[in-house]
Design a protein around this ligand. Sequence first.
Ligand code: PBG
Length: 336
Amino acid sequence: MTSVHTSLYPLARPRRLRRDAFTRDLVRENRLGAQDLIYPVFVQEGQGLRTPVPSMPGVARLSLDELLPVARECVALGIPYLALFPVIEASLKTPDGEEALNPDGLIPRVVQALKNECPDLGILTDVALDPYTSHGQDGLLDAQGHILNDETVGQLTRQALVQAQAGVDMVAPSDMMDGRIGAIRQGLESNGFFYTRIMAYSAKYASAFYGPFRDAVGSAANLGKSDKKTYQMDPGNSNEALREVALDLAEGADAVMVKPGMPYLDIVRRVKDEFGVPTFAYQVSGEYAMLKAAAANGWLDHDAVMLESLLAFKRAGADGILTYFALDAARLLRQP
Ligand code: PBG
């Protein structure tokens, strides 16, 4: 007779479900697909230009003709949206960032061209003045150098309207001025742009992880030693992120964003749980640079870490991720 010492054997063995790949596939709670990804790209004037960003290996500032094939590949891979960031020539930068309002400027022309060539690819544009200002700040300054909130909001509203006129699908105010979502929404509605969506950078922190991005758009040198702490959020704060999201939703945002990404997954989870609205996260330039640098040194497995980091956003509750890895990840995910 066999004796059974049940106390010696666990009846529940979580490892049963991990024993083979097909069972792990069956019970996986969160999945990553190309449809989760938004691809941020840097555009510049010119022809045949791909200017690498040294602090972002694999990322280049593209002229429109170089961007078009990238956009077509996004469509082929099932990436639903491209996020555009302009590299503005130094001679066009002014204290008030007026070039941001030029209907024939770089971004409006690129939006028109992309919507003509790839009507089924969503286009997201940044609403913020920093690529256009000679001081590199996201807002207008008073004589003492303080950011003027309401004057800046007026400028941002005009910028968003120029982008909407060019045919953009979604605008993403990334400036963190108070009241800008409401002002932009009213501006869009009163001009007949009822379907221009707003993805608000609601919880955008004053982060050191944006360094490589500022190199890419050329605002780092202009910004110098000054920072953005009077408008972007303090990295120590969490409840404040919920207040910011609540305001943006009340003011008419269709979707909200948390930024940066990986170091702020707790915020993504809180926002998703509290509001249950379309919630996005931005895996920013510094996060990308960290992973690329470690992979280049052979310290991390590039593809494995890339996919794991992106899946972590889904697990935290994000509906989608803005990531410079979008093309690489989508290509990998497509493989059988
Ligand atoms: C500009 C803007 C920034 C980023 C997106 N929009 C930089 C900043 O706020 O200084 C950062 C993106 C990244 O680091 O990848 N308002």
